[in-house]
Design a protein around this ligand. Structure first.
Ligand code: G3P
Ligand code: MG
Length: 336
């Protein structure tokens, strides 16, 4: 990597980011500051044109979150507004649009295979109900790997049009036809694709408390990441913060982020206790003071799930280090 490129990735850009976002919001900062910002902007533009890349692939996960020259964009369950979530196709579409990484959810089959699915049950995103009518309430952890692999994990999208992208004409009939072939991926398949693409992934480990795999889901995930030599390109997150501590025991150098739904009393201390690099909060309950406190403590903030561009702008202006979104295209338009 050239020197200019190195400088660009390590540039401490909190100031520039504020100026840049202020400009996007059409609020004029003072002239001197603006000229300075413009100089940096052109320098970066030239650098990027020269090196023909976005954020350098060699940047470690922690640096990506904290020192990237712009906020990062994470395709939530892949580019799930235009393809069935948590499938390899949704991941590929997130990559193709230019997202910096994708987020996926990990669960496990009854016979011990790590698989990628969001819900505890199979009913919303597969045809399990018709294929296995007697297996109510279709809990994923109760199905074998072969059973899970036999399910259609794509057709539901055409039936529900979850983000109205079929109605808007963005997802056409030939694509819908191809969704029928989609299967629940294993975590291995998802990681292998990510690696092949030279990409990054946020692995969210679903809280499996009460199921047998609770005893090993974290450690098995860690083993797979190590086996595939993907530690630097993975961010681990979970609402179960004990899982994060277990992950740090298994791989001390791995980056982890604490997911929270509702606000917690001292997020900075919580992250320090875990050894986490970032907080991944529900954007609905996030406030500016929390974002600024985390940033001042040198920690990242990756809110989910932000789909509205004006809310995206606001969170970035507060100092969010990235966005987890179903519409990575919208976020990229703001940050690039
Ligand atoms: O990781 C961000 C987000 O995915 C957390 O919530 O329910 O969409 O997995 P959920
Ligand atoms: Mg998730």
């Amino acid at each position: 990597m050239g020197k200019l490129s190195m400088k660009l990735c390590n540039f401490p850009l909190s100031k520039f980011r504020e100026i840049f976002i202020i400009n996007k919001m059409n609020i004029k900062p003072c002239n001197r500051l603006r000229n300075k910002a413009l100089r940096v902007f052109f320098l970066m533009g030239a650098g990027l044109a020269l090196f023909g890349q976005n954020i350098p692939k060699s940047l470690s996960m922690e640096k990506l979150i904290m020192q990237s020259y712009r906020p990062i964009v994470i395709a939530h369950r892949g580019f799930r507004s235009i393809a069935p979530e948590n499938t390899l196709l949704a991941a590929q579409k997130g990559f193709d649009i230019g997202a910096d990484m994708w987020e996926l959810d990990v669960a496990a089959s009854s016979d011990g295979i790590l698989v990628v699915l969001h819900d505890n049950t199979l009913t919303r995103t597969t045809d399990a109900k018709t294929r296995f009518p007697s297996r109510s309430p279709w809990i994923i952890y109760d199905f074998t790997f072969d059973e899970l692999k036999s399910l259609d994990a794509g057709s539901w999208y055409s039936k529900t049009d979850p983000f109205m992208q079929i109605a808007y004409g963005r997802v056409g009939s030939s694509e819908l036809e191809s969704f029928k072939d989609l299967r629940i991926p294993t975590l291995r398949e998802a990681l292998e694709l990510t690696k092949r693409l030279g990409w990054r992934v946020n692995i969210e480990i679903k809280d499996a408390t009460g199921f047998a795999c609770d005893a090993w889901i974290v450690e098995k995930t860690a083993e797979l990441i190590k086996e595939l030599d993907m530690v630097p390109s993975v961010l681990i997150s979970s609402f179960n913060h004990d899982y994060l501590k277990r992950m740090k025991m298994a791989i001390p150098e791995i980056s982890v982020a604490a997911l929270i739904d509702k606000p917690i009393s001292d997020p900075v201390q919580r992250l320090k206790d875990i050894g986490a690099v970032a907080l991944n909060p529900n954007e609905k309950y996030l406030d500016e003071a929390t974002v600024r406190a985390l940033r001042s403590a040198g920690l990242g903030v990756l809110p989910w799930t932000v789909n509205d561009p004006s809310r995206m702008r606001m969170l970035l202006n507060w100092g969010a280090t990235g966005l987890i979104t179903d519409f990575p295209d919208r976020a990229l338009e703001l940050v690039k």
